[in-house]
Design a binder for this molecule. Structure first.
Ligand code: PEP
Ligand code: MG
Length: 749
């Protein structure tokens, strides 16, 4: 049977479309199981019924044939989500005769649910005229077939090629990357030069090719500078760093040397470019950290731009008369920059994730964006579409009703964003006068050109590892000093918390690979730096030197799990301090803090509180370690619940312990920048939150509209709930009451 199963799967997978696949499936299943009838029903949840999609053996003329969820044996299989194996189906109490189907000729019935990720998509049934009790092997055959079928259906649904009868709207789903709603004409653009299409070609004149390439590099640098300038007044410096990063990479001597070497080996400039860029991109693409994987896209984007200039294209003018929803294969910062803002309603990218630089840029520009949308772009051109950047939904040729709903949401949204921006420069006070410190999470770019963001009280987390990851070797003490000084001097009167290197785990250095079975439980963060005191001391000295005369440096240690790690780090910091003191006698001592992200430290906190000046809670890792859920694994992403009751309890415990020990505490995980999370945290007592730029204005606005006293009660209520969604809805209802639910949009998590 295994061979038959493989054959069916193979034949089905070769089908040109899903309907053909299902027809093949029912025919081949009948043959394999030597039975007369096989049928696929698909659940239409909107209409509470199972719809016949494909059959061999039943009456089916392609018109709508359906069974209500609560009726018949097929309905029972869906409800129980279990196989049902009956030799005499008519004798079962749930049996119901559907004259439309012409089932009366069949006696035996074997039905199995089609399940994908806990969701019952439909039911697969085989039937036979003579009474037959199907064997266990036959039953498991059908179950296996149903699991394969579930994957095919899930895939076609994601591609939008699956439409149930009665549905007029074509909808697709992608990753919500930049919030907002857009309604307009879709525009599919595939005209950007594609490096992957460059064919092998030899150089006829090596010197000429090297010059040709050098010129393209110069033009690309000038182009990125132009784009940077264009956005200077619109974007904050952190976001503009995307262009700086490209310019930085284009100046990279290693990249230039590799390109020239490739040409010297006899390859034409464009072919050399493709090979070198692909090699660089591969290094990043193999990293397990999603952020770093996306840096591969930056490298590829550089390649595309260089190719553009190599082929000496004229700068393409945007030919859009009216604003459009742009659909591209892969959204890049330069595509975004190349189109006037007033011509761009939203963007949909077939590739990429919500963490890419292009997505960051889209957020900063306030352009709704959906990434990783699985759809056939050709069918979209010129059609009217709705983009829901909150949920990742894309609707093509929507109904009047849907358009009306989205128009009113869009209107509501415009009003909200105007409101929020008006209050950005005001301090974050709650209605009952509680001051909340709002800090910035920075450093997610290799570039260090971060200017003062006037809306924040300082930098609560500066991630230093990216500069290490973008290089070919560990950055020198001097390079690091310059980097850190730029940041510290950008916030002369505000606190800047710099975290020491947090590599390992999912952030492996290309030039220092670490192979481990369980990298998240392995050589990560402080464990790595304490084993490499050379690297640690260089970084500490660089931070100290960078702070000379500014005095706003705070140093934070990641992944602390024991007292020894704090003691050893303090000893090394003291050593670095004494060394730097020799050249800078008036050097101020930085404050020292630790990240609370490994659960052991929760219990140790009372015993180590006097060893540190402050703590900061990394809810991203704390959640992953408390719930034993890999934060990067999409298979278990449903279990990674930001407001899981255990996480809430841990946060309550941390706050109370810090209070007892008079230890300043901040939250720097993603929870702090989430409206639901931020309200819960304030309710638990926290008064310092650090978040990404895009969340500052919104969180500040919300905090200015709520009362800390009410939030305390709300958090107390939430903490009595055993389920994450109950906690979520408790806070959501409060936001609704306050008229602030528009920031969350209809209960979307
Ligand atoms: C965290 O773990 O919550 C955190 C802020 O650090 P990172 O996301 O860099 O691990
Ligand atoms: Mg962390």
């Amino acid at each position: 049977m295994l061979i038959q199963l493989r054959d069916i799967v193979e034949q089905v997978s070769k089908a040109e479309n899903v309907h053909q696949a299902l027809t093949i499936l029912v025919q081949e299943t009948c043959k394999a199981m030597q039975t007369e009838c096989c049928t696929v029903y698909l659940a239409n949840n909107d209409r509470h019924r199972l719809e016949l999609i494909a059959t061999q053996g039943l009456k089916f003329s392609g018109q709508s044939v359906h069974i209500p969820f609560e009726q018949g044996l097929v309905g029972l299989v869906r409800r129980s989500a279990e196989p049902l194996n009956l030799a005499q189906a008519q004798q079962h109490p749930d049996f119901k005769y559907f004259p439309k189907l012409g089932e009366n000729v069949y006696q035996s019935f074997l039905g199995t649910p089609i399940i994908h990720r806990r969701q019952v998509f439909g039911v697969l049934v085989i039937q036979q005229r003579s009474p037959r009790q199907f064997s266990e092997i036959e039953e498991s055959f059908l179950v296996t077939l149903a699991t394969q079928l579930a994957v095919i259906i899930a895939h076609s649904q994601a591609q939008g090629v699956w439409t149930l009868k009665g549905r007029q709207v074509r909808s697709f789903k992608g990753l919500a990357a930049s919030r907002g709603i857009a309604i307009g004409k879709m525009w599919w653009d595939d005209t950007h030069p594609d490096l992957s299409k460059v064919a092998p070609a030899s150089s006829l004149d090596i010197e000429y090719d090297q010059e040709w390439l050098a010129l393209a590099v110069e033009q690309a640098i000038a182009d990125f500078r132009r784009m940077r300038k264009r956005f200077d007044s619109e974007l904050n410096k952190d976001t503009l760093a995307i262009f700086e990063l490209y310019i930085h990479l284009l100046h990279d001597p290693m990249l230039k040397a590799d390109l020239n070497r490739q040409i010297e080996q006899g390859d034409r400039a464009d072919w050399a470019l493709r090979q070198v860029i692909e090699l660089y991109a591969k290094r990043f693409a193999t990293m397990s950290d999603p952020y770093l994987r996306e840096r591969a896209n930056d490298i590829k984007e550089l390649g595309h731009r260089l190719l553009f200039f190599l082929h000496n294209h004229d700068k393409r003018e945007s030919g859009f008369k009216d604003p459009v929803i742009l659909v591209v294969r892969e959204l890049t910062a330069s595509i975004l920059a190349g189109i006037p803002r007033d011509k761009l309603l939203a963007v949909v990218s077939l590739e990429g994730a919500a963490n890419s630089h292009a997505a960051i840029l889209a957020r900063a520009l306030g352009i709704p964006a959906i990434m990783g949308a699985q759809l056939k772009p050709e069918i979209l051109r010129g059609k009217l579409g709705i983009i829901d950047g909150y949920s990742g939904d894309i609707f093509i040729e929507p109904t009047k009703q849907l358009l009306k709903e989205y128009r009113s949401l869009s209107h509501e949204e415009q009003e909200l964003s105007q409101l929020v921006e008006q209050e950005l420069s005001k301090p974050a006070y709650t209605q009952d006068g509680q001051r909340v410190e709002l800090m910035l999470n920075a450093g997610l770019s290799a570039d260090t050109n971060i200017a003062i963001n006037q809306g924040v009280d300082g930098v609560g987390l500066y991630r230093t590892e990216i500069a290490f990851l973008m290089q070919h070797g560990f950055p020198s003490e001097e390079e690091q000093t310059q980097n850190y000084r730029l940041i510290l001097s950008s916030y002369p009167d505000k606190r800047v918390v710099m975290r020491t290197l947090d590599i390992g785990g999912d952030k492996a250095l290309p030039y220092f690979p670490i192979e481990e079975d369980n990298p998240f439980l392995g050589w990560r963060g402080i464990r790595f730096t304490l084993d490499h005191t050379d690297i640690f001391l260089i970084q500490l000295r660089a931070m100290l030197k960078a702070s000379a005369g500014i005095g706003n440096l705070n140093i934070m240690l990641p992944m602390i799990s024991s007292s020894q790690e704090i003691d050893e780090s303090k000893a090394l910091l003291e050593r670095a301090y004494q060394e730097v003191l020799k050249t800078i006698p008036e050097l101020e001592r930085p404050q020292l803090g630790i990240m609370l992200e490994v659960p052991s430290i929760l219990y140790l906190l009372p015993l180590v509180a006097d060893k540190v000046d402050f703590v900061s809670v990394g809810t991203n890792d704390l959640t992953q370690y408390l719930l034993a859920v890999d934060r990067n694994n999409s298979r278990v992403s449903d279990l990674y619940e930001h407001v899981h009751p255990a996480v809430m309890m841990a946060l309550k415990h941390i706050f109370e312990t810090c209070q007892q020990h008079k230890l300043p505490v901040c939250i720097c995980g993603e929870l702090a920048g989430d409206p639901i999370g931020a309200l819960l945290l304030i309710g638990l007592g926290y008064r310092s939150l650090s978040m990404n730029t895009s969340n500052v204005a919104k969180i500040k606005y919300i905090l200015r509209k709520v009362s800390a006293k009410e939030l305390a009660q709300l958090s107390q209520d939430a903490l009595a709930k055993p389920y994450a969604d109950q906690i979520y809805h408790t806070v959501f209802s409060y936001l609704e009451q306050k008229g602030l639910a528009g920031f969350i949009r209809a209960g979307k998590k």
